[in-house]
Unconditional design. Structure first.
Length: 278
């Protein structure tokens, strides 16, 4: 056991405590895999991160990302939350305005030069969703085929079964309580709000494999959706995405195409700061 710096942060909402919570252990050397798993299960948040000195000379720090039940190679709100906790703790990036995080998929760049941090969306593999998966998901959620515009399997670390729905109303109408583990893993849905709305798209992520029915706000899913949509010309300018609406969260994700890259950004609030015996 050792006393280690600890923070709990809220990510992807302009309103503190209405985004997605993240626990961050800032000094993790000496912890075993069992220590990480036990503490992440105890926090019972969607993710808990553990920071280390980088192994890659290009990076500013290394992170391991744990859910209550497993380790993840990459996740979006842990990336932004860990970055801002590291900076708040006195971290100084090697390159001003850019923090480079080492994680399970390699190096992820976070732009910290603006009002809100934004990470560069990692490459996303886009595959045809199997007919069996598509039909099972649609039958379980009682989705009208007329409400589905496109579907695909996306992979950017996590693997997503993704659907672009007819509109935001079709996304919000889904009954996430119908989805159960182990029959389903991570499901992502996106639909557009009408022109003139202050939000461009509504997103939901149903995640029974992560020990929860629905994730409040999911940076990695939004990154995968953005890459998918940009790849076939459906995303050409900055957009604002809402997530968590059906579970009383005020998630807001800013998606910004920048040349060949796409940045995924949002607010981060440091809510708890102290130490933990671990």
């Amino acid at each position: 056991m050792a006393v280690r710096r600890f923070m709990q942060v809220d990510v992807f909402s302009p309103v503190p405590a209405e985004g997605n919570g993240l626990a961050v252990v800032l000094e993790s050397d000496g912890l075993t895999d069992q220590d990480l798993a036990r503490f992440a299960a105890w926090t019972n948040l969607a993710e808990t991160t553990f920071l280390y000195p980088p192994a890659d000379a290009r990076a500013d720090y290394k992170v391991r990302i744990m859910t209550p039940s497993r380790e993840m190679l990459f996740a979006g709100h842990p990336t932004l939350g860990s970055c801002m906790a590291w900076l708040h703790a006195g971290g100084v990036p090697k390159e001003p305005g850019i923090v480079r995080q080492e994680c399970g998929i390699g190096i992820v760049e976070i732009d910290v030069s603006g009002a809100e941090p934004a990470f560069a969306a990692p490459p996303t593999k886009v595959r045809v969703m199997s007919d069996a998966n598509r039909e099972t998901i649609m039958a379980t959620l009682e989705i009208d085929p007329a409400d589905v515009l496109l579907s695909a399997e996306l992979e950017n670390g996590p693997v997503w079964q993704a659907f672009q729905m007819r509109d935001a109303a079709a996304v919000l109408a889904l009954d996430g309580g119908r989805v159960r583990w182990p029959d389903f893993k991570a499901l992502g849905f996106i639909g557009a709000h009408p022109p003139g709305h202050d939000i461009d798209f509504e997103v939901r992520m149903l995640a029974p494999s992560s020990g929860m029915l629905e994730d409040p706000i999911t940076g990695s899913l939004n990154a995968a959706l953005a890459q998918w949509m940009a790849g076939n010309g459906r995303l050409t300018e900055p957009v604002c995405i809402a997530q968590g609406t059906t579970i009383n969260r005020s998630g807001r994700v800013a998606i910004r195409p920048d040349g060949e890259r796409i940045f995924i950004g949002g607010a981060v609030h440091i809510l708890i700061e102290g130490t933990v015996d671990l």
